[in-house]
Design a binder for this molecule. Structure first.
Ligand code: PLP
Length: 374
């Protein structure tokens, strides 16, 4: 929070940063916290805890259309991404230029697959990169299912096919797509897939790497046999049960309504507002909007003062807004990128929330345009 809101109510439109905890997750977490067993213990408390972990594994597997055996619980999406990239054992790593920083920074030497101005990774560009390596080192390719800033849904199946045709493994970060659009590991054709609890209404600090049948991963954390020797450490029982409850409670059909709210919001914007990646399939809840001439930080502060919470289109960490590598990779002009905010909706977003955003945003728009005209 930059400042106490002065408005009569708060409107939260930053769901891609974190979704509010679902009531079902809250209840499951409370129940799990009341248990004292370690899932590795053989006594009855341990067995009760183990049962919850395995129920949670089945629920999270169902979210990804995968087998429970493939689910490796981690401390979140960041760790799952690191596990895939560093644990695949592949000496060559290719990641798209619009990946989350937990991918980009996990392997600094990774080659970057370019994206077009539309926000999509071009399968032909991946094929050319894979083809260009004369040494034929075994590769891992990592492309996200949907981008966290623009919402652009990538041609993931085609990309996975190209990776496999070239002998590469394929990892997909599905953190933002999970729960919002249908998700089936088999249809994507990924060897590894990342999920995160707090983006779907579970708690932060829990995630999973889903490993497809036949794929293998070398653990980053060793010392215990947990997670079938793929991730050591006593299981986060409360996190797993909260994650599982959120996975079960969510229904992608909720997002039909969310999509219509998002579309209504975009339709009400003034003509010189720019909607990024507007021409491609996008997550139903995400809108990346530029108000040319008004820095994102100014917009965020003004909106916050009016009780509306959104993010910069750019990476926003430790309260600072930095340039967006996603918008830069798309070739968005710096003056547009600097003026881009991300508005992200969720299952409890209401008509009133959209009206509140539009009131606050258009008031700022009019003020700045009037100041310019004076
Ligand atoms: N991948 C994507 C696309 C994300 O948006 C995020 C979080 O913003 C992460 C990974 C990291 O997940 P976590 O916060 O669970 O570490």
């Amino acid at each position: 929070m930059l400042c106490e809101p002065v408005n009569h109510r708060d409107t939260y439109l930053d769901w891609n940063a974190t979704a509010p905890l679902r009531p079902e997750a809250r209840a499951a977490i409370s129940a799990a916290l009341a248990l004292s067993g370690n899932p590795s213990s053989v006594h009855r408390s341990g067995r009760a805890a183990r049962q919850l972990v395995e129920q949670g594994r089945a629920a999270v597997a169902a979210l990804a259309g995968a087998s429970p055996d493939g689910v490796v619980f981690t401390s979140g999406g960041t760790e799952a991404n690191h596990l895939a990239l560093l644990g695949s054992g592949r000496p060559r790593v290719l990641v798209s230029a619009i990946e989350h920083s937990s991918i980009v920074d996990a392997v600094p030497r990774a080659e970057h697959i370019p994206v077009g101005g539309d926000g999509l990774v071009d399968p032909a560009a991946l094929a050319a990169l894979l083809d260009a390596d004369a040494s034929s080192r075994p590769a891992l390719v990592s492309v996200m299912l949907a981008n966290n800033e623009t919402g652009a849904i990538q041609p993931i199946h085609a990309l996975a096919e190209i990776a496999h045709a070239n002998g590469a493994l394929f990892h997909c970060d599905a953190v933002q797509a999970a729960g919002k659009i249908p998700l089936l590991l088999g249809e994507i054709g990924a060897d590894f897939l990342t999920l995160s609890g707090h983006k779907i209404g579970g708690p932060a600090g829990i995630g999973a790497l889903v490993v497809a049948p036949g794929a293998e991963i070398t653990p980053l954390l060793r010392g215990g046999g947990q997670e079938r020797n793929r991730r050591a450490g006593t299981e986060n029982l409360a996190g797993i049960t909260g994650f599982a409850a959120a996975a079960t409670a969510g229904d992608p059909a909720e997002y039909d309504r969310v999509r219509s709210l998002r579309d209504r919001l975009e339709a009400a914007l003034p003509p010189d507002a720019v909607v990024i990646a507007a021409g491609v399939p996008r997550l139903p809840n995400t809108s990346s909007i530029a108000m040319p001439g008004v820095p994102a930080e100014t917009q965020i502060i003004a909106l916050d003062l009016d009780g509306v919470m959104v993010s910069a289109g750019a990476a926003c960490s430790s309260g600072k807004v930095g340039p967006s590598h996603v918008l830069a990779a798309m070739g968005v002009a710096p003056e547009i990128a600097d003026a881009t905010i991300r508005v992200s909706l969720g299952w409890s977003t209401s008509d009133d929330d959209i009206a509140h955003f539009l009131d606050a945003w258009t008031a700022l728009y009019r003020r700045t345009r009037a100041r310019r005209a004076a």
